[in-house]
Write a protein that binds this ligand. Structure first.
Ligand code: ADP
Ligand code: MG
Length: 267
């Protein structure tokens, strides 16, 4: 992307990767205006595994949509720094935004959102072919490598309907990593998975942070998983609240928190 009014070259090594400045989001509905985010100020540093925790309707998904630029902001700004470039997300036009997002962020949803008519390898290849960072031959090779990383290479030529939910989410993570973005954002990615399967997803996220230096912002309404994050933002009615105290989280989850260790994947 060329430098323009929206992007500035900066020495970004010490600055936050994501900077939310006075973010306000007002939805206009038939019933009138509704303020879903009431002036959020927050920073995310490179290498964090940040949990955004709050009840249903608190504004978590809205916050993620502000970070990704999927929805427009009412007032305030989101600044993302990557490769020495500072991007004012909400000043980009549609085309710039799509290109920037393709390079910068992988997005993971609760419902996986794989394309049902495409095989797993085609699902993972697609964002690379859309973004144009990799030669088509290389993108297929890379898709297979990513499927290997999530231990699904033997299913590469299956359709999503023929694998389990946990496996589908791993494909969605492989797809989110396709263009090797520095940031992953995940909206309740374990929300439709059982606890053993979601544990595997957390192990995968831990590895991506520890071994590949990715930064992850994950939204959840499940306080009991708070100990799994490196830091937590707590959101209540569109505002940041005091961090969730450890004793507020389920005691068994706190008790289970172990130092991160490298181990073989068990799925
Ligand atoms: P969460 O992800 O924490 O459950 P959301 O960010 O989806 O919450 O929603 C926050 C609030 O904004 C909720 O009250 C929701 O009803 C409202 N909201 C979300 N999206 C829209 C929309 N497109 N139009 C109107 N209101 C919305
Ligand atoms: Mg939500």
């Amino acid at each position: 992307m060329t430098a323009s009014r929206e992007t500035l070259q900066v020495n970004s090594s010490t600055l936050p990767l994501i900077d939310l400045r006075d973010v306000i989001k007002v939805y206009s509905t038939a019933a009138g205006e509704f303020t879903a985010l009431k002036g959020i100020n927050a920073q995310v540093q490179k290498g964090e595994f940040l949990g955004v925790i709050g009840k249903s309707g608190a504004g978590k998904s809205t916050l993620l949509n502000m970070i990704t630029g999927v929805d427009d902001i009412t007032t305030g700004e989101v600044v993302v720094r990557n490769n020495g470039t500072e991007t004012y997300v909400h000043q980009l036009d549609e085309d710039e935004l799509a290109l920037w997002r393709g390079h910068t962020m992988g997005i993971i949803y609760q419902s996986f959102q794989l394309l049902p008519m495409l095989t797993l390898i085609e699902n993972v290849t697609l964002p690379m072919d859309l973004c144009g960072l990799y030669h088509p031959r290389k993108s297929r090779e890379r898709a297979l490598e990513l499927l290997e990383m999530v231990e699904l290479e033997e299913h590469a030529y299956k359709l999503p309907a023929f694998i389990s939910g946990g496996q589908q989410q791993r494909v969605a993570i492989a797809r989110a990593l396709a263009n090797d973005p520095p940031i992953l954002v995940a909206d309740e990615p374990t929300g439709s998975l059982d606890s053993v399967t979601s544990d595997h997803i957390f192990e995968l996220f831990d590895r991506l942070v520890d071994e590949q230096g990715k930064t992850i912002v994950m939204v959840t309404h499940d306080k009991s998983i708070a100990p799994r994050f490196s830091r937590i933002l707590s959101i209540v009615d569109g505002e940041l609240a005091a961090p969730v105290e450890e004793d507020e989280a389920a005691p068994e989850a706190v008790a289970e928190k172990k130092p991160r260790k490298k181990r073989r994947w068990l799925w």
